[in-house]
Design a protein around this ligand. Sequence first.
Ligand code: MSP
Length: 691
Amino acid sequence: MSHPNSFYITTPIYYVNDVPHIGHAYTTVAADVLARYWRLRGRDVFFLTGLDEHGQKVQQAAAKAGIDPQVHCDKLAPQFQDLWKRLNISNNAFIRTTDISHKSVVQQYLEDLFSKELIYKDNYTGWYCTFDERFWTEKDIEAGLCPDCKRPVERISEHNYFFKMGQYQNRLIEHIAQHPNFIRPESRRNEILGFLTTQKLGDLSISRPKSRLSWGIELPFDKDYVTYVWFDALVNYVSALEYLRATPSREQYWPASVHLVGKDILTTHAVYWSTMLMALNLPLPETIFAHGWWTVNGEKMSKSRGNVVDPNKMVDQFGADAFRYFLFREVPFGQDGDFSQSAMVTNINSDLANGIGNLLSRTLTMIERFANGTIPALGTPALPELEALIAATATTLPERIDQGFTALAFRENLQAIWELIGLCDEYIDKAAPWQLAKNPDNHPRLNTVLNTASKALRLLSVLMYPYMPQTAVQLAQQLGLSFDFSKPMPQTVYEWETPLAEVKICKGAGLFPRISIGSETISVGLKESAEVKEIDKEDKPGKPQGAKTVNDATTPPQPTTVTLAPTTATPKTSAPAAAAAPAQITIDEFMKIQLKTAKVLTAERVPKSEKLLKLQVSLGEGTEQRQIVAGIGKKYEPEVLIGKTIVIVANLKPAKLMGIESQGMVLAAGDSEVRGLITLLEDVEPGTKVK
Ligand code: MSP
């Protein structure tokens, strides 16, 4: 039995047949949220993730790339590891099934089961698709064709080794029946039980002849075979404990607390793995939780559709914390969800920029203005009813969150946290501290408002930490609190009654930029503090109670218009109409425009034109060169442009200007007259994406 205070959490180990996508990030961030929460609450956490490097998919991917499978795995592994760093994943170990120690554990287990006669050799006959290199059962095939690639299948027979999985059927049914938390959510548990109680569980082929597949762990008792990839992969959850810690720690952590998996790989975990563990005389994991799948803008995500969501891009565009937040705010864990950029932008603006970001910024601004930058001690009640409600909510919140994490209710937890944020906003709006500040008699009440909001923020920072670790750290720092999130958090921090006063705050940058989509630009500007506006408006009657005045009404300072120069094919319509109310575009529309840095190699005047220059630009070493005709000749002599790094629209349809082809546009500021070329402060390589 594992130690009662330990918490062992795993993700599936991902196939290295391609780069990571949102599905991989989803499970890994979920595991990270749980790992961070339980560590903060003082549990001894072991968080494992890694890579599944054997089997057909990986062998095929390597063959396609024309490289050795191991070289292929070594090349792709850092893509996963780097992404986990960028997403602040706090895994304690990273397993690769090509690790020598893992292979030897798999071989030991095979040897053990073989010697107990739980593995036997038999003949297998089935429908084989040579193209897909896999067997299908009678009911899978469609009119003699492979259901996958639609090519004819052949009836072939081969010898293989089988694990006596079928004999564990009743024991498994009983285990599931007696352990309601073993397979979750409930609907998935019922699916597995339904299948186990209505169909006969067969034995499992755990080998593949090397003549068909060579990339795998050799069977210790027959060198002509390799181990079936799932047998090899599932063992990772135990083998990691043998060699990825300084001292082997199976007793400490096994059985695992939670195996997180996607719904498609529940059977392999709930049935194959469970029966393997029974045969190996090892206890079964406490919980196997199957989450749902992400679609993208309502469609299945696939390479052929070209809609695979790259988590790296999400981090680039929105930051790790906002992406992490979105994954769990959008859909209940266990159900399918749909991903879209617009949903993400809406979420960030409403919950992060307007929600927590605004609450922190308005509270700190008021402490700076009305309390000399130091959190004041509690004074006299300002709005007793709301204060009591906040106190009651905050007092019960840690327990609710604890139960939520036990139940893996990620979304419900976020909703509970945001209830407190909403209450605080309402409280500040109604208490109107900027009014209280005017009259010294009201200062004790003002102090209560500032103190209450600060205490709520203190609690919010620790509750938010598992989801958004960077934000939580910043929030605590700005509040002037020296929390050490790398250690268990003292219980007093979670207790509402713990006093907070005489702490010097340290207001910094806003937590989340509000993403606003304007006409010519997407401005990602920091939000204005609420109170700056509210204080300005304080005497104006008619402000709706509790309304969030700031963001919805805020227009960012008007930037100098960014013009696309020259005005090629349709000069009249593409000239920005600064005064007219411009149509808004969605972020998806904006994302269609590919902006890149380019280095000017040559520049010369277009004969008979005052305005046009012909540029040859490079989009990176060894890559393409482009010719661009730009209407910047009145402003610049060609010589000064050579060697400069500029920004171009790289995916513009080529157009002819005075008979010369222009393969893109140069970005410049100005309206009818060019006033400046967009260049870069840093020496950025040509061909770099600009967003
Ligand atoms: N290698 C096996 C797992 C072995 S675990 C002992 C495997 N790897 S995988 O890379 O193909 O998939 C890993 C995980 O990604 C699975 O949990 C799967 O459910 C998940 N997802 C793949 N596409 C997904 C979505 N579109 N949405 C959410 N998760 C998705 O299977």
